[in-house]
Unconditional design. Structure first.
Length: 156
């Protein structure tokens, strides 16, 4: 593909818009979305008071589930924006920031929520977060020289 092709420029901006939308959607799930929407109650054919009587901690648990979901959605958005804006040469700072923010929003948030829930799987779910942190630590200590990706590029 020709890097100066206007279709690639438009494609990148469309992808950036999708990534920004994903970040916004993730933020909505983390900070704004109620545990049960009116449509959820209509679908289940119950009232909120019936839910609160039958399952008093359901709303609290769903809030945590939606926080984890929102983190993964926002993390996907961060990587989408990064991929859409990446150039032909390796950018160590931009790459490190994109990876760090994605890690915090995805595996970090999931692990923290599972500890807050006292999940049976909290220690197992801590492993990806620790691996992500170790990766970032190694990345910071690696030489910060540029890599020319042009010679490593694969044509489809």
């Amino acid at each position: 593909m020709n890097p100066s092709d206007p279709k690639l420029h438009i494609s990148a901006w469309l992808l950036i818009a999708c990534g920004v939308w994903l970040i916004g959607l993730g933020a909505y799930f983390i900070a704004v979305r109620p545990p049960l929407l009116p449509e959820d109650l209509r679908y289940m054919d119950v009232t909120l008071s019936q839910i609160r009587i039958a399952a008093p901690f359901l709303e609290s648990w769903l809030s945590k589930v939606f926080t984890v979901l929102g983190g993964f959605i926002a993390g996907t958005g961060v990587l989408t924006v990064f991929v859409a804006t990446a150039t032909k040469t390796y950018q160590p700072m931009a790459t490190s920031w994109a990876i760090a923010v994605t890690g915090v929003l995805t595996v970090g948030l999931m692990s923290a929520i599972n500890f807050a829930l006292a999940s049976d799987f909290k220690w197992l779910l801590l492993i990806p977060a620790l691996l992500w942190c170790q990766s970032g630590s190694l990345r910071r200590r690696a030489p910060q020289e540029g890599i020319n990706l042009e010679r490593h590029r694969c044509e489809l």
